[in-house]
Design a binder for this molecule. Structure first.
Ligand SMILES: Cc1ncc(C[n+]2csc(CCOP(=O)(O)OP(=O)(O)O)c2C)c(N)n1
Ligand SMILES: [Mg+2]
Length: 1011
């Protein structure tokens, strides 16, 4: 780098010389105007010589005076020499071939070559300049992990030889290509100046990585923003604002450190510039029309962002440090640097209203990324912001996490998908060049932590965090980029971490040299205030007054925080639903209306589901057959699974409830049963979604095939469901087995979300589940895992007054169901919306039952006064003599049909009752008790098709025992314990099934056994 700086001096010196053209005169080929027009953009800087000559030729054709007289002579000669008829042709290649060159061979060749060399050199800086940019404030590490200097950057004079140039060429003047803006309004520059300006644009405190972008207009836009001479200018007012923001950022951390020296806060020291950076992004976005910004960020600097960007009241933040304060409202709460926030205010710079929210997040780094995107998408959707002009998202990342966590990649891949795009996210990486104790050289294989963003052609602006003005500039450009192209952009704030990972950590154990340098490092606030004082922008006194003013604000807030008697978790909500709850944030009732539907509605939805509501639309004969099958069912007043789902969605849409179904291949349905999107067989991309043709003024139905991601997409849908309670948002796994690649979203957000962050979320997970001999990875949605995380007490019969069902649902953390009939599936989806609160709903959905002739419901099961059955009693022959029943088998899901068939075959329909548990959690204690009272002398069996250590058994067993007060055993019938969820061998599968069905109906199977 020092070599490089020395060279800069050499380049700046030297007298003026001009490069002579072929005729000996000064080359002056083009007019002054260079713009982003497509014409200007056509030739690339490393074009072949013919394209360069073409560029000049076309200029010459426009006006002979536009090019140097030597080129004028050259083209005149060539034209005169051309055979009749060729001289007028617009392509000069034939014209020039051989003949023209021979007119002025040596000179022309040299001019062309030197110009090409300079073009190539300019392009080299545009591509690789960032590798030598001065990005590290500490000056010890290379931001790209590599001290290697690209051989095509002129960091020493001898490297001019790479281009066939030498020192003597430095003062020659070169025509600038249309792919650079370094000339400003000059079209030619001496090579010395070209290199100097390229260095200033690409090798200073900003490193711009963008040449991989495959869109010429976008590249030109960026070049213009970073190459135009003098473009990075700030007024004194802007500089003072920047200083004031830096003061707040710095003094906030100082204040916390002073008051709570032994508390973890994951301070921002070393990257204080993050606060003015975010504020600049928000100011510029607000000026561009953005009204709502949704942000996600990790631990580092979060309290500072809450205080100084979102503007959470300081006393509310400070009281989070008081260990004695108890929470006033529900939930277990979360640590202070995870809490979310929502705030509407006036943006001081633009005087416009702006809503800022910071999403609550778990410790799991980057997990919040897709959640933020989902919420942003929903806010855009509900405000009719189809282009992302009003709502945008900002994601803040740590360098190690951004490079290491796969969900970052999954989230990037959603960024341009029609049903998932948020029309451009601004990513800010707090690149403190360390992850906890790990050096970046062992934390990633890519040069920069930001390389993952290249997959979506997002420009990446690396910037030295100790140059606040450079940071501001980059943020302005990023905001303009996002609001111009509606595409993602990344700002890599290269900074350092002044202390340990948290305030208790000793960084010298692992990074001794880095931390010796950090100790010597002057604070950015000191550097910048000195600079502004030296420039006369502020006086020392003004600076000190500004500092004192903010310190006073902090002190006063600290004093008032002492008056707080109680913590309000609700004050930290990132997504309030004011109209859905009472003013106190409570549900407006504690009951749920019946979820049935009237006959007309069932008929109408059924008919739409069986038809193609568009003219001249040719569907596939196979789909025709399916629709005809549906029509037949509707005529018979029957429902299969697909129709049950149709009834739920269609009826909710009528009531203005938006329904969004997302997941892999959901439009058709993995099992080809759904067909919510019809494809015209003759017109490409012509589709029809009958669900959107149901009612006038209905709510929109969104059904969207997702990318092949679980973690990213489930996170996204969870975020989507946060924006409004008036939407049914469903994510379907291709097979339930695959949900575990999204386990983090389930464990960290869905199960404990309300407890940690007091927010409701009604997201629905559809998880195809069932042992059908398909092997270990297409069988189990792992019910045991969901049930283990359900919080209802196994040992206590809940003593609710009022509506038991609703109270119990209100009390739980999520609802887990396995419906055995289409009608019950429809009811549970409708109940999800008709409830006066929202809880996540996990549904184990069937595969073979989708088409099972017995797994059908009648319209009567959906009649107006019907509702979801948490448990389906046995209404068959056993009901004629319940006292005589010898065994009651409880089960859930598809196994019911296997049990019922076997019982019939064995003629045991009067002796054995089969009862279906449809809602497994919260456990329907009340209904189970009712059932058990019906069959006083029967023995109790739990039967499941899953292995004993899986499925529902561990969950239901203690709860059954609670119902019977431990006076009776509940025997297990099902597969033996196993490591894999299912066998891959079909005959083993069938043998297992036969074995446990035999046990289920062997009346003496448990005789003599102790419990
Ligand atoms: C998914 C996940 N894995 C591991 C951790 C533990 N952890 C907490 S902070 C941290 C380092 C993060 O480094 P970086 O992303 O650079 O952020 P910084 O702390 O440097 O700001 C790690 C590994 C975590 N929180 N989440
Ligand atoms: Mg880091």
């Amino acid at each position: 780098m020092s070599q490089f700086r020395a060279l800069a001096g050499v380049l700046r010196g030297g007298g003026r010389q001009w490069l002579r053209g072929p005729g000996g005169g000064v080359i002056h080929l083009f007019g002054p105007k260079r713009c982003c027009s497509s014409k200007a953009a056509v030739p690339s800087a490393v074009a072949s010589s013919s394209s360069y000559v073409e560029e000049m030729y076309f200029a010459w054709l426009e006006d002979h005076k536009k090019v140097h007289e030597s080129w004028d002579t050259f083209f005149r000669n060539a034209q005169a020499d051309a055979p009749p008829g060729e001289a007028d042709k617009r392509r000069p290649s034939t014209l020039l071939q051989g003949r023209a060159m021979s007119q002025t061979p040596g000179m022309t060749q040299k001019v062309v070559e030197d110009h090409l060399a300079v073009h190539t050199l300019i392009r080299a800086y545009q591509i690789r300049g960032h590798h030598v940019a001065q990005l590290d404030p500490l000056g010890i590490l290379e931001a790209d992990l590599d001290a290697f200097v690209p051989s095509d950057l002129i960091t020493t004079l001898d490297k001019l030889g790479f281009y066939g140039l030498d020192e003597s060429d430095l003062d020659k003047t070169f025509q600038l290509p249309s792919t650079t803006f370094i000339g400003g309004d000059q079209t030619t520059l001496p090579l010395r100046e070209i290199i100097r300006r390229l260095e200033a644009s690409y090798c200073g405190h900003i490193g711009v990585e963008f040449m991989f972008i495959n869109n010429v207009e976008q590249c030109q836009w960026i070049r213009h923003k970073f190459e135009t001479p003098g473009i990075m200018q700030f007024s004194n007012t802007e500089k003072r604002t920047l200083l004031a923001r830096l003061i707040r950022s710095t003094r906030f951390e100082d204040f916390l450190a002073r008051k709570w020296s032994s508390e973890k806060r994951f301070g921002l020291e070393g990257c204080e510039v993050l606060i003015p950076a975010l504020k600049t992004i928000i100011d510029k976005s607000s000026a561009a029309g953005i009204e709502n910004v949704i942000m996600g960020m990790p631990h580092r600097g979060r309290l500072n962002v809450l205080a100084n960007v979102i503007r959470k009241e300081l006393d509310q933040i400070f009281c989070q440090f008081d260990p004695k304060l108890e929470a006033a409202d529900e939930g277990s709460g979360d640590v202070k640097y995870h809490l979310g926030m929502y705030h509407e205010r006036i943006n001081r710079e633009t005087d416009k209203n702006i809503t800022l929210s910071l999403m609550a997040n778990p410790s799991h780094l980057e997990a919040v990324d897709p959640v933020v995107q989902g919420k942003a998408k929903a806010e855009q959707f509900y405000s009719g912001d189809t282009q992302g002009k009003k709502v945008m998202s900002i994601l803040i990342h740590g360098d190690a996490a951004f490079a290491g966590q796969g969900v970052v990649y999954e989230t990037f891949h959603l960024s341009e998908l029609p049903s998932y795009t948020t029309h451009g996210t601004i990513h800010v990486v707090v690149n403190n060049q360390i992850g906890f104790t790990t050096d970046p050289r062992v934390a990633r294989s890519s040069p920069y932590p930001t390389d993952v963003a290249r997959v979506v052609n997002a420009p990446i602006f690396h910037v030295n965090g100790d140059d606040p003005e450079a940071v501001m500039y980059v943020c302005q450009v990023a905001a303009k980029w996002r609001n111009t192209f509606n595409k993602d952009v990344v700002i890599d704030l290269v900074c350092y971490r002044r202390f340990g990972h948290n305030e208790m950590d000793e960084p010298m154990f692992t990074q001794p040299l880095m931390y010796k340098q950090i100790r010597r490092q002057e604070h950015v606030l000191k550097k910048y205030s000195d600079k502004l004082i030296a420039e006369g922008v502020v006086t020392l006194q003004e600076f000190e007054e500004e500092v004192a003013k903010y310190d006073k604000i902090c002190e006063e807030a600290y004093t008032s925080s002492k008056d707080e008697k109680i913590l309000h978790n609700r004050h930290w909500l990132d997504s309030p639903w004011p109209d859905f709850f009472t003013a106190e944030g409570e549900p407006k009732s504690m009951s749920c209306p019946p979820t049935g539907l009237d006959e007309d509605m069932l008929q109408h939805i059924g008919q739409t589901a069986s038809s193609v509501p568009m003219e001249d639309f040719k569907i596939h004969p196979g789909v025709s057959r399916i629709l005809r099958g549906r029509a037949d069912l509707v005529k018979k007043r029957q429902l299969d699974w697909a129709l049950g789902e149709y009834m739920a969605f269609g009826s909710l849409l009528k009531d203005g409830i938006h329904v969004r179904l997302s997941g892999q291949d959901v439009e058709r349905g993995t099992f080809s049963h759904r067909h919510h999107v019809l494809h015209d067989q003759e017109v490409d991309k012509q589709t029809c979604v009958p669900m959107n043709h149901l009612w006038p003024n209905q709510a929109p139905y969104t059904v969207c095939n997702s990318s092949l991601s679980e973690y990213g997409v489930l996170g996204f849908e969870l975020g989507f469901a946060m924006a409004s309670p008036n939407a049914l948002v469903l994510w379907e796994a291709q097979f339930g087995d695959f949900h575990n690649t999204a386990q983090c979203i389930i464990d960290q957000f869905i199960s404990p979300g309300q407890a940690k962050w007091v927010r409701n979320n009604g997201v629905v997970l559809l998880l195809p589940h069932g042992m059908e001999g398909m092997g270990p990875e297409h069988s189990s949605a792992r019910p045991e895992r969901f049930l283990q995380m359900s919080k209802d007490d196994p040992d206590r019969f809940p003593g609710f007054s009022g509506d038991f069902e609703v109270q119990q649902l209100y009390d739980c953390n999520w609802i887990v169901v396995n419906c055995s009939t289409p009608a019950n599936y429809c009811h549970v989806l409708r109940r999800q919306i008709l409830l006066p609160f929202r809880k996540p709903l996990i549904i184990f959905t069937p595969k073979s039952l989708l088409r099972h002739p017995d797994a059908r419901s009648s319209f009567d099961d959906l009649a107006t006064d019907t509702k979801f059955k948490r448990l389906i009693p046995d209404e068959g022959l056993v009901s004629q003599g319940p006292g005589r029943v010898k065994r009651v088998i409880f089960c859930s899901g598809k196994v019911y049909y296997e049990l019922a068939k076997e019982r019939k075959q064995q003629d045991l329909e009067r002796d054995i009752a089969i009862i279906r548990l449809e809602q497994i959690s919260p456990f329907p204690f009340d209904l189970v008790r009712e059932e058990l009272e019906k069959y006083p002398s029967a023995e109790l069996v739990w039967c499941q098709e899953e292995h004993k250590n899986m499925g529902y058994y561990d969950y239901v067993r203690p709860r059954f025992l609670t119902v019977v007060a431990n006076k009776k055993p509940i025997w297990y019938v099902g597969r033996d314990p196993a490591a894999a969820p299912a066998t891959g061998n079909k005959s083993t599968h069938l043998n297992e099934l036969k074995r446990f069905l035999d046990t289920a109906f062997k009346l003496n199977a448990f005789q003599g056994r102790k419990f």
